[in-house]
Design a protein around this ligand. Structure first.
Ligand code: PEP
Ligand code: MG
Length: 323
C-alpha cells in the first residue's frame, strides 16, 4: 500500500472530475522544509514560527529569524505561508520570561496576534525578518487568532510600516507579500464575509476553531471526548468561511489537523475546500483520496447533508461519502 502511495509523489492532486486541489505541508522547524516536498506537498501551508522562540532563554534576533526563513525558502520551490508568532495558551516560552501577565484563562487571553499588537517591538523584529526573506521566494504572511477586522487591519498597518522602514534602508523586498487571516475563532468565521474584503487569503485552523466553538480546552484530557470535528456547528463555520472566501475571490486553505485526516477529506472537498495543509506524512494518503474522488458529486451530497435536522442522518451521510 505504501509503495503505491509513493508513486503519487510527483503527481498533481487532481480529482476524477478534473479539479486541481493544492496539498501543502505544516512545518515546525526549518529542517522540516525539505521533507515537505519530498513527501509530495506543493509548498508549505503553515510554518509555526513560535518554535524559534521556544526552549530557549532569549528571543531570536532579526538575523537569526531571517536565516531560518531563508533556509525554508531555499528548500521549498512552492509557496510558503509563514505564520507570525502564535505564543500563549498551549504554546509557551519556557525561558522564565513571561510575555505579558500570567492569565487565568490562557486560551482566551493575550496570545498570538493579540500579544504581537501589545508588544509592537516583538512583532516588528519578526516582520522585518519576514519581509527581508520575501525577496528570496514566494512568502505570504498569516496572522493567527484574528477575532475581528480591527486587529487584522492594525496588524496590516504595522506590516506596512515595516515595509516602508526597510525600503528606506535600501532593502530589496518582494513587490507583493500577501497577508491573510487564520480563521480559528468562531467570531472570525461568522464575520468571514467582512474579513474576506481585507484579507488576501484565509486558512482555517480547526484545532482552535473546534476548541472555541465547542468550549472545550484542546489540551484537557477530561473533556477531549467532546472534541468533534463533525459537530454541525463546526461544519457550518467551516462552510461559511469557505463560501465567504469563494465569494470574495480569495483562496481558502485549512491547516488544522482535520485537513490531514483522511476520514474528512471527502467531506472537506464537498464543503468546497481547495487547499489542504497538513503534516507531511499525511500528504500522499490525502492525495490518493482526492485523485479517487468526484468533487462535483461531493459538493452536491454535502450541501444536502448540511441541511439534515437529524444528527444520525447527517453522520450516516458523511460516512456514505466514502462509500
Ligand atoms: C489550528 O489551530 O488549527 C492551527 C493550525 O494552529 P495551532 O494548532 O498551531 O494552534
Ligand atoms: Mg491555532
Amino acid at each position: 500500500y505504501r509503495a503505491s502511495l509513493v508513486k503519487l509523489k510527483g503527481r498533481a492532486a487532481i480529482s476524477r472530475d478534473g479539479v486541481h486541489l493544492r496539498l501543502l505541508a505544516n512545518i515546525e522547524l526549518p529542517e522540516d522544509a525539505k521533507v515537505a516536498e519530498e513527501n509530495g506537498a506543493e509548498g508549505v501551508g503553515l510554518y509555526r514560527t513560535e518554535f524559534l522562540y521556544m526552549n530557549r532563554k532569549d528571543l531570536p534576533s532579526e538575523d537569526e529569524q531571517y536565516e531560518a526563513y531563508s533556509r525554508i525558502v531555499s528548500a521549498v520551490s512552492g509557496p510558503i505561508t509563514i505564520r507570525t508568532l502564535d505564543l500563549g495558551a498551549d504554546k509557551q516560552v519556557d525561558s522564565g520570561r513571561t510575555l505579558g501577565p500570567t492569565p487565568n484563562n490562557p486560551a482566551l487571553g493575550l496570545r498570538a496576534i493579540r500579544l504581537c499588537l501589545k508588544e509592537p517591538e516583538l512583532f516588528r523584529v519578526q516582520v522585518r525578518a519576514l519581509l527581508r526573506a520575501s525577496s528570496l521566494g514566494r512568502i505570504q504572511i498569516m496572522l493567527p487568532m484574528i477575532s475581528n477586522l480591527q486587529e487584522f487591519r492594525q496588524a496590516c498597518a504595522a506590516i506596512d510600516a515595516v515595509r516602508h522602514e526597510l525600503i528606506g534602508e535600501g532593502h530589496r523586498l518582494a513587490a507583493q507579500v500577501p497577508v491573510g487571516a487564520m480563521i480559528e475563532v468562531p467570531a472570525a468565521a461568522l464575520a468571514s464575509p467582512m474579513l474576506a474584503r481585507h484579507a488576501r487569503f484565509f486558512s482555517i485552523g480547526t484545532n482552535d476553531l473546534i476548541q472555541y466553538t465547542l468550549a472545550i480546552d484542546r489540551v484537557d484530557d477530561e473533556v477531549n471526548y467532546l472534541y468533534d470535528p463533525l459537530h454541525p456547528a463546526v461544519l457550518q463555520l467551516i462552510g461559511r468561511t469557505i463560501d465567504a472566501g469563494v465569494d470574495a475571490g480569495i483562496p481558502v486553505a485549512m491547516c488544522g489537523e482535520m485537513a490531514g485526516d483522511p476520514r474528512y477529506t471527502r467531506l472537506l472537498l464537498g464543503l468546497g475546500l481547495t487547499e489542504f495543509s497538513m503534516h507531511p506524512a499525511s500528504v500522499l494518503e490525502v492525495k490518493r483520496i482526492i485523485m479517487d474522488s468526484d468533487v462535483g458529486r461531493l459538493r452536491r451530497a454535502v450541501r444536502e447533508l448540511l441541511g439534515c435536522t437529524e444528527l444520525q442522518d447527517m453522520r450516516d451521510r458523511i460516512s456514505a461519502l466514502d462509500a
